[in-house]
Design a protein around this ligand. Structure first.
Ligand code: ADP
Ligand code: G6P
Length: 459
């Protein structure tokens, strides 16, 4: 789909746009959004033209300001759907991220409230209004992620009323949990019914896909006898597994830049004679950051001979900072990081560099490139594109991926990585030790396996 025509016809809808807007000193500024959804879809822009609809990440009241924001986003083929801050808070923080996100990631003890659910419905309706107006007959509408699970149904109704026939696809970027877990959500039926107005529903792994199909059968009585098909009321819906990947060329090109090469040299000099482990995660409890720091502490206890010879550089990108659980996690992590360094520091330095901030893409690429190992400890994770990105930057070093068995990517990358259970600190410590001591030949074999996978699953 490289033609100009495809631009008219493909509409992408997600809560998060590729650029998020912030107000700084009275002006609106945009910055690249972080997260796997934006990374995965941004990779598409090279070959496919589309319009992207979503929430700009901030309330913009004044109509002149709205024009300014629209103009700057339009330059990137993005169209904002404006929401007032109260509604956005209830939809994004309260329902999507405090109720749905934890259930999708197997967290128990989630408290359901009706107010946020009403806001969730309302925001899905507002999205449906905007997209139904913009769509043309024949448009392909591709909806993304858990913030918009009601959208396919609301959209289909509006398109029918306007006599526009459009295909609707949906992709879920998170896991879909086993039926018994999903059952705990009081509005479970509405959400999956909302999705079943899609023509095609995509998932990262076969497990998530099958969990969804089984849930449609048990919750709605849908017919699911034919593999990958769901017959519900008068509709036939296809469910598929699609491996979302990255654009490896973007990393190869960035690594060539003089600025990045200089930065790599500086870092190599700084950590000469040491083993560098890198971790890059949004600051989210699903990433198992508490477990990672505890596992690293255990590793340092187990290997006093590695004192001053190993460093973990952990980037924790700020995320969802208005949600209580994320604030509490940040406090817990900074305390834990302080304790670990207090326990293991020497006058020569500290073994843990915990950075609670976003880093520029060039710095991220340099960090991936100098690291002897990448440690990812998700307790649940839809896919985890950081694991792909590390591999894309390791052609020279053949560094080792130490990957939690609960990351979606572990389904495909297990043989090329060193897997471990994130809650088992002994296992994590052993996995790290094995990674840092792997022979050159074995590192090369593992890297080649992963490289092949990353290069052949580029979108
Ligand atoms: P999740 O979607 O849960 O955040 P992923 O590992 O799939 O997890 O994706 C995270 C993405 O965010 C990666 O592509 C990573 O490069 C990107 N990222 C990390 N830090 C930044 C940053 N500072 N700015 C923009 N993107 C970032
Ligand atoms: C995950 C979700 C995305 C989300 C991203 C970043 O990847 O699946 O939908 O955009 O995290 O989170 P945020 O809340 O900042 O959009």
């Amino acid at each position: 789909m490289g033609s100009h025509e495809s631009k008219r016809n493909l509409i992408i809808v997600s809560n998060r746009l590729p650029l998020s807007i912030k107000r700084v000193d009275g002006t609106y500024q945009s910055s690249i959004s972080s997260g796997g959804l934006v990374t995965a879809l941004s990779g598409l822009t090279k070959s496919t033209e589309f319009r992207w609809f979503g929430w700009p990440g901030i309330e913009v009241k004044d109509s002149k300001d709205r024009e300014e924001v629209c103009k700057s986003l339009n330059e990137h083929d993005a169209t904002p759907i404006f929401l007032d801050s109260g509604l956005a808070h209830e939809h994004y923080n309260m329902f999507s991220n405090r109720i749905l996100w934890p259930i999708l990631h197997y967290q128990s003890g989630v408290v359901y409230e009706d107010g946020p659910w009403q806001a969730y419905r309302r925001v899905n309706e507002l999205f449906a209004d905007a997209v139904a107006d913009a769509a043309e007959p024949g448009s392909l509408i591709w909806v993304h992620d858990y913030h918009l699970m009601l959208l396919p149904e609301l959209l289909r109704n509006r398109l029918q009323a306007k006599n526009k026939r459009c295909a609707i696809g949906f992709f879920l970027h998170t896991p879909f949990p086993a039926g018994d877990f999903w059952r705990t959500l009081p509005v479970k039926k509405h959400l999956i019914e909302g999705l079943l107005s899609s023509d095609l529903i995509g998932f990262h792994t076969d497990e998530y896909k099958q969990n969804f199909i089984d849930t449609c059968a048990s919750n709605l009585g849908a017919h699911t006898e034919i593999p990958n098909q769901i017959q519900y009321k008068d509709r036939l819906i296809c469910a598929g597994r699609y491996i979302v990947g990255i654009d490896p060329q973007k990393f190869a090109d960035t690594l060539q830049k003089q600025e990045v090469q200089d930065r790599i040299k500086t870092l190599e000099e700084r950590y000469k004679g040491m083993k560098v482990i890198v971790g890059v995660d949004r600051l989210d409890y699903i990433k198992g950051l508490t477990q990672k720091l505890k596992g690293f502490d255990s590793f340092l206890d187990d290997h006093p001979e590695l004192r001053n010879k190993v460093v973990l550089i952990q980037v924790a990108v700020p995320s969802r900072e208005d949600v209580k659980e994320y604030q509490e996690l940040e406090t817990e992590l900074s305390t834990l990081a302080g304790k670990i360094n207090g326990k293991h520091a020497t006058p020569e330095g500290t073994p843990l560099l915990y950075m609670h901030r976003s880093v520029p893409f060039t710095e991220l690429t340099a960090l991936y490139s100098v690291a002897d190992a990448c440690l990812l400890s998700s307790t649940r994770d839809g896919m985890n594109l950081v694991s792909f990105e590390y591999v894309a930057c390791q052609d020279k070093k053949n560094g080792v991926l130490v990957l939690s068995e609960f990351a979606g990517s572990a389904t495909f990358m297990r043989d090329g990585s060193i897997p471990f259970h994130p809650a088992n600190t002994t296992e994590m410590s052993e996995a790290l030790y094995a990674a840092l001591n792997l022979g050159a030949e074995e590192r090369q074999q593992k890297h080649e396996f992963l490289r092949e996978f990353v290069n052949t699953h580029t979108r």
